[in-house]
Design a protein around this ligand. Structure first.
Ligand code: 13P
Length: 262
């Protein structure tokens, strides 16, 4: 079963409305030029600006081939949760996706596997496609615990997955080794394939055919220079891009690295 490649820009806590709009414009015109040249873009493209810029970015991407995503959501729908954003609110502002359980939230805000799973369920309830992040720390890798850690992060999701096949299939899993994020040191292709292949086997074991459709993307120091070798791997269905998504030239070059066959 062919999975459509997915390239997600996670802008993290960067940019004001004006810079977000300018970056969006540059990405959109770069994509339009590619469509004019070759008829299509080889992947789905999602932009995840900071919450304060979502509305403004949505004004620009509406009707284009670019989709909008949030960077986090509350596990609750509404109520006395000061500072939180509900999934329905993200839908309201134009999001189709939301990142869940990014390591910067797991480590900085104490999000454990159970809460990440509840947030994923909240995203599905709101009609959003969750992009759930998993990945080991450097210490865990050095202790030889990478697969054990990733398995636990993935297994925690299954009880919270909705029963409908088409909804489950819309899940995206992002493998982001913590030591590769923002470090300039991406995981080696063989390390990436080992973990992605391992997760694919678990998804197939637990979900049967639905496990084939779920996309597994890689994140952690993806740049134009290494994207091609990572995206060519059998079980890599795209990328979750941090730093390099903040410059349109770099982000577009990463999109260009998506292989022809997809
Ligand atoms: P970098 O691409 O800056 O390493 O960030 C990766 C990331 O955390 C994307 O969510």
């Amino acid at each position: 079963m062919a999975r459509r490649m997915l390239i997600v820009g996670n802008w993290k806590m960067n940019g004001l409305i004006e810079t977000a709009q300018a970056l969006t414009e540059d990405i959109l015109s770069g994509l339009s030029a590619r469509v004019a040249r070759s008829g299509s873009v080889r992947c789905e493209v999602v932009l995840c600006p900071p919450a304060t810029a979502l509305y403004a970015v949505n004004q620009r991407v509406g009707g284009s081939l670019v989709r909008l995503g949030g960077q986090d959501l509350s596990e609750f729908e509404s109520g006395p949760h000061t500072g939180e954003t509900g999934g329905g609110m993200l839908r309201d502002v134009g999001c189709g996706y939301v990142i869940v359980g990014h390591s910067e939230r797991r480590s900085g805000w104490g999000e454990d596997n159970a809460r990440v799973a509840r947030k994923m369920a909240a995203a599905f309830r709101a009609g959003l496609q969750p992009i759930v992040c998993v990945g080991e720390t450097l210490e865990e890798r050095e202790q030889g615990r990478t697969l054990e850690v990733v398995r636990a992060q993935l297994e925690a999701l299954f009880p919270c997955l909705p029963p409908q096949s088409d909804t489950r299939q819309s899940l995206v899993v992002a493998y982001e080794p913590v030591w590769a994020i923002g470090s300039g040191r991406h995981a080696l292709p063989e390390q990436v394939q080992e973990v992605h292949g391992f997760m694919r086997r678990i998804l197939l074991e637990r979900l049967g055919e639905d496990g084939h459709a779920i996309r597994i993307v890689y994140g952690g120091s993806v740049k134009a220079g290494n994207a091609g070798s990572l995206f060519a791997l059998e079980d890599v269905d795209g990328g979750l891009i941090g730093g390099a998504s903040l410059q349109s030239v770099d982000f577009l070059a990463i999109i260009d690295a998506v292989p022809e066959t997809f």
